[in-house]
Design a binder for this molecule. Structure first.
Ligand SMILES: [Zn+2]
Length: 183
């Protein structure tokens, strides 16, 4: 299930952060009840909206701790600088999504977390006016990357992407199977 919520966590003060994490937890539990499902684990995503640096691990840990306190099992996915930086890791998936899209050489094999404005790169350098990249395209690029089986072989690096992959592995191995065990 997916819950869209514009609430900001990364720049909230300690008290506000705890309250917002509680609100998110309440919404997730209510949604699970409505769907007659058990709440296994929750992934919460937010963009850092800034290039990778010292602030990334500090912010990530602070919000992760608050979410873990509010929910029994949670992951905080903080993309650096934003989701588009992840898309730049998969040039073949970009071209599979729209055949005219090409990742220019200067953005290949890079730490895409250091790029200031990956969305602009997607809009102006990868795509063209013929078929301009839109934020709603991101899911399809990821789906193409999954189909190409290249999620674990990105063409560059981005430690927020590596973190997401580590979280997904941890979740699949430790969080979800526990929920499937008969009680
Ligand atoms: Zn999990």
């Amino acid at each position: 299930m997916e819950i869209s919520d514009a609430v900001r966590l990364r720049d909230a003060s300690a008290g506000t952060l705890a309250a917002r994490a509680e609100t998110l937890a309440r919404k997730a539990r209510a949604r699970a009840v409505r769907e007659n499902a058990s709440l296994g684990c929750v992934f919460v995503h937010e963009d850092l909206d800034g290039a990778d640096g010292d602030i990334y691990p500090v912010t990530r840990e602070r919000v992760r701790a608050a979410l873990t306190k509010a929910l029994n099992s949670a992951h905080y996915v903080l993309s650096v600088a934003e989701v588009e930086a992840w898309l730049l890791l998969f040039p073949d998936a970009l071209t599979k999504t729209v055949s005219s899209w090409q990742l220019p050489q200067q953005y290949r094999n890079r730490d895409t977390g250091t790029l200031i404005d990956p969305k602009k790169i997607m809009k102006n350098s990868v795509s063209s006016p013929a078929r301009r990249y839109r934020e709603s395209d991101a899911a399809e690029v990821v789906a193409r990357a999954i189909a190409l089986n290249c999620l674990d072989t990105p063409s560059g690096s981005n430690r927020s992407w590596s973190q997401l992959r580590a979280d997904a592995t941890e979740c699949g191995g430790h969080h979800i199977p526990q929920m499937r065990r008969p009680s």
